[in-house]
Design a protein. Structure first.
Length: 258
């Protein structure tokens, strides 16, 4: 099985999967299911490659397992968070802004575009044919430690926010407790660290340095495109949140200023 075969399997899997999710979104009349589909999509890639690429090197199994665990946790969290609620404000606004073109723009800009980014970020999953067979080294250990730390950071941050929002007394208030005291986006920071950890494990492959595109793309998306900018724009006219911005680091955890 050549590298191009692995790429073809990944691309075909994502294309079919995202088209099915688009049809499901049309049925439900809400595009925010793509957020749940995002995490599951990485599981789809992992499973399809394990089924069709007969190479069960331990690094491949490790990376596939770590990515699948991240995707499953994220999808479950978003499902529970969105259950019983209206469509996420971002997608509802785009639906209004796109008017009569909302179907084609939803297909291209929400589902197909996210599928493209999914493939870039998942690159370490379909480069295993070039993995060297030597014993675990320092990059593997460092990568695994980074992944565990990032997974814990994202999971704890999400849990703290969920508990905060479940308390009716906190309605309209800004979450600035726990990890949210040190960074405005602990979940995004944790997710970025996880993918940098995946890169350190994948770097042992032939031409493994190319896998740096994975953490670079996800970090850029979180910081500059779909993560921090959209969320903070939502609270741009909230005085309490603006004060929170002045005191708290945007991404990398640090002590709050006085």
């Amino acid at each position: 099985m050549t590298y191009l075969h692995e790429v073809f399997i990944a691309v075909a899997s994502v294309f079919v999967y995202m088209n099915l999710m688009f049809l499901f979104a049309l049925l439900l009349k809400r595009n925010d299911i793509v957020d749940i589909a995002w995490g599951v999509g990485f599981i789809v890639i992992s499973v399809m490659l394990l089924l069709f690429v007969p190479d069960y090197h331990w690094r491949r199994l490790l990376v596939s397992g770590l990515v699948a665990l991240w995707g499953l946790r994220l999808a479950m969290y978003l499902y529970l968070r969105n259950k019983g609620k209206k469509e996420d404000f971002r997608y509802a606004r785009w639906r209004r802004d796109w008017g009569k073109h909302w179907i084609i723009r939803s297909y291209l800009q929400v589902f197909i575009l996210q599928g493209f980014f999914m493939l870039l970020i998942a690159y370490p999953l379909f480069m295993f044919g070039g993995f060297s067979k030597h014993a675990p080294g320092l990059p593997d250990v460092a990568g695994l430690i980074m992944w565990i730390a990032g997974f814990a950071f994202e999971s704890v941050g999400d849990f703290q926010m969920m508990r905060f929002k479940q308390n009716p007394a906190n309605k309209g208030k800004v979450m600035n407790l726990g990890l949210w005291k040190y960074t405005r986006h602990p979940n995004y920071f944790g997710e970025s660290v996880m993918w940098w950890g995946i890169f350190f494990i994948a770097i042992s492959a032939d031409w493994g340095w190319i896998a740096v595109m994975s953490p670079v793309v996800i970090t850029t998306l979180l910081l500059k495109v779909s993560g921090v900018p959209l969320l903070e724009k939502k609270y741009s006219e909230n005085p309490e949140y603006q004060n929170y911005i002045k005191k708290t680091s945007s991404f990398i955890p640090w002590f709050a200023s006085k």
